[in-house]
Design a protein around this ligand. Structure first.
Ligand code: SF4
Length: 294
């Protein structure tokens, strides 16, 4: 495949074909995000993408490709007509294609109507990975998401109403020690209102060159230690209430305690597991990850 620059995908898309529908992120201002700093945002042409798809069919076999992740940072920002063309080209080439997924910034969700989401779903785009990171208004403003929690929820509601599935990501540690508890509670309440199909937590790993790294260096943001992160995780899980069902995961490389289960069914079990680890200082947590591995 002909990839340009670093390519990122959610852990659960490990077996999907990654197709760079756009390069970079059209927003590119979240204070903790270093993923697309080196790229200037631009959509890729239909011809370029068709060449990539044909190459993928040659390399992997057209029949083998079932799932496709549309990269880079917020391919959803493309016009709906353009996304439908990409999905048409995908369906034409890959007879066993099941579904496409995409990262969805709040700005790109708010740029779509419910009818847009419905049309995209009919064409095969069904899963939207979105990163509120927090549900706390002050923290969301500090990390420069560019929207308020209410605006974020409005964008997410359009996806749900149009039949799309949401996978929501929250960042442990991003409220610092000062707002750790409030961030955990507000994030769980935000997730409860959003009602995503998948909820996951990552742990903030500050990458040099990002504004949040500078804040930490200056001492303006003090991150919770390992114990504090686990307390935050416990608070977050214990406040989740998703009676419609959701899959919970904390299996990203940044997490020191990988967990997984179904909500609400496994909530008490997950909380008890975190409690067990909190009570055992010798419990072997995974080492904190080097930012260069992310
Ligand atoms: S919208 Fe996503 S990809 Fe873009 S800067 Fe924010 S976190 Fe990074």
């Amino acid at each position: 495949m002909r990839y340009e620059g670093s390519v990122y995908r959610p852990p659960s898309e490990a077996h999907s074909l990654i197709l760079q529908a756009t390069l970079g992120c059209s927003y590119n201002r979240c204070s903790y995000c270093a993923m697309y700093q080196e790229k200037r945002f631009r959509p890729r042409s239909r011809d370029d993408l068709r060449v990539d798809m044909d190459l993928a069919a040659q390399v992997h076999g057209a029949d083998a490709i079932r799932r496709i992740f549309l990269a880079d940072g917020d391919a959803l920002i493309l016009r709906t007509g353009r996304l439908l063309e990409i999905l048409d080209d995908i369906r034409e080439r890959f007879p066993n294609f099941e579904r496409a997924s995409v990262y969805a910034s709040p700005q790109s969700m708010l740029a779509k109507s419910v009818d847009d989401i419905r049309a995209l779903k009919s064409a095969g785009l069904t899963l939207y990975y979105t990163g509120p990171e927090t549900g706390h208004p002050v923290v969301m403003e500090r990390i420069a998401k560019g929207v308020t929690p209410e605006e974020f929820l409005e964008g997410a509601a359009r996806v749900t109403e149009g039949g799309g599935k949401l996978s929501a990501i929250f960042l442990l540690g991003i409220g610092g020690v000062e707002l750790s508890h409030e961030h955990a509670v507000a994030s769980a309440e935000f997730a409860n209102r959003m009602a995503p199909r998948y909820v996951s937590t990552l742990t903030l790993t500050a990458v040099p060159g990002t504004p949040i790294h500078d804040e930490i260096e200056r001492g303006d943001l003090v991150l919770p230690d390992d114990h504090g992160i686990l307390v935050e995780l416990r608070t977050f899980i214990s406040h989740l209430d998703l009676p419609g069902g959701a899959v919970f995961r904390s299996n990203h490389a940044s997490n020191q305690l990988p967990l997984g289960g179904r909500l609400n069914a496994d909530r008490e079990r997950l909380v008890a597991l975190v409690d067990q680890v909190l009570e055992d200082p010798a419990f072997p947590l995974r080492p904190r990850v080097d930012p260069s591995r992310l």
